[in-house]
Design a protein around this ligand. Structure first.
Ligand code: ADP
Ligand code: MG
Length: 240
């Protein structure tokens, strides 16, 4: 049974079908790539899967066998499905460590403070944010470090699946290389990764399965090499 199953999911904004009858299945342990031109519905698909800020208009979404299409974002997160956002998102007025503590559930009923602290430290060090950075305000970090912090905060929730929305956007070449390594190691921790990326080469080196969206619909899906060779994909990317 796939860890995530999306069946016939749609989301419209007025007359615009942002996500139009999309189906996909993600197996536990894999890195699943989602590509597509700007505006093709990639981020909206993540929104409806995670219920943040809204679920789908139509269709069924199952996570580990549980129907989640009508659940709240918090309820879905509690099942172990975490995400990052395309824009770097953190509590800018809080420190790096405080942000990670929130991910680790500090202050939540049943969560021991010492355990939350050690989870936060582990997640920050995992993404390469070492202790000298812990006391810095999140809003003062570089774009790359902000992306790392967003990833650490998500990892601190100990998710089973992590949805990453364009983790490489606005990064330099060396930073992209570091990100690729980090995503690979995230998968090696046993976290199933679904990865949105506009840049196909980034996805090619990481994902076992690739799906291409165009105008809200699935244009092609399957093994990455055959997907990028698909003439419809080439056409969508060249915009001809
Ligand atoms: P992608 O992530 O692939 O670039 P998006 O999912 O962000 O695409 O957007 C898909 C389409 O839906 C775009 O035309 C976008 O303008 C539109 N859209 C996205 N979110 C909203 C919203 N909250 N309200 C209205 N239109 C939206
Ligand atoms: Mg997007």
């Amino acid at each position: 049974m796939p860890l995530l199953e999306v069946e016939g999911v749609s989301k419209a904004f007025g007359s615009l079908k942002a996500v139009d009858d999309v189906s996909l299945a993600v197996e536990a342990g894999e890195i699943f790539g989602i590509a597509g031109p700007n505006g093709s519905g990639k981020s909206t698909l993540f929104n409806v899967i995670t219920g943040i800020p809204f679920g789908p208009d139509r269709g069924r979404i199952r996570f580990d066998g549980t129907d989640i299409q009508a659940r709240s974002g918090n309820g879905i997160a509690r099942l172990g499905l975490a995400r990052t956002f395309q824009r770097e998102t953190s509590f800018d007025g809080l420190t790096v460590f405080e942000n990670a503590l929130i991910g680790a559930g500090y202050g939540k009923p049943g969560r021991r403070a010492a355990e939350a602290r050690s989870r936060a430290v582990e997640a920050l060090e995992f993404v390469g944010l070492s202790s000298p950075a812990f006391g810095r305000l999140a809003g003062e970090l570089s774009v790359f470090d902000r992306k790392c912090l967003m990833l650490a905060t998500a990892i601190a929730t100990e998710p089973r699946m992590l949805l990453l929305d364009e983790p490489a956007s606005s990064l330099t070449k060396p930073e992209i290389e570091t990100s690729i390594g980090l995503i690979r190691r995230t998968a090696e921790r046993g976290i199933t990764v679904v990865l949105i990326e506009h840049v196909l080469t980034f996805l090619m080196s990481l994902s076992q399965h690739l799906l291409v969206l165009n105008q809200g619909r699935v244009l092609a899906a399957g093994e990455p090499k055959s997907v990028i060779a698909d003439p419809r994909v080439v056409e969508a990317y060249l915009g001809t």
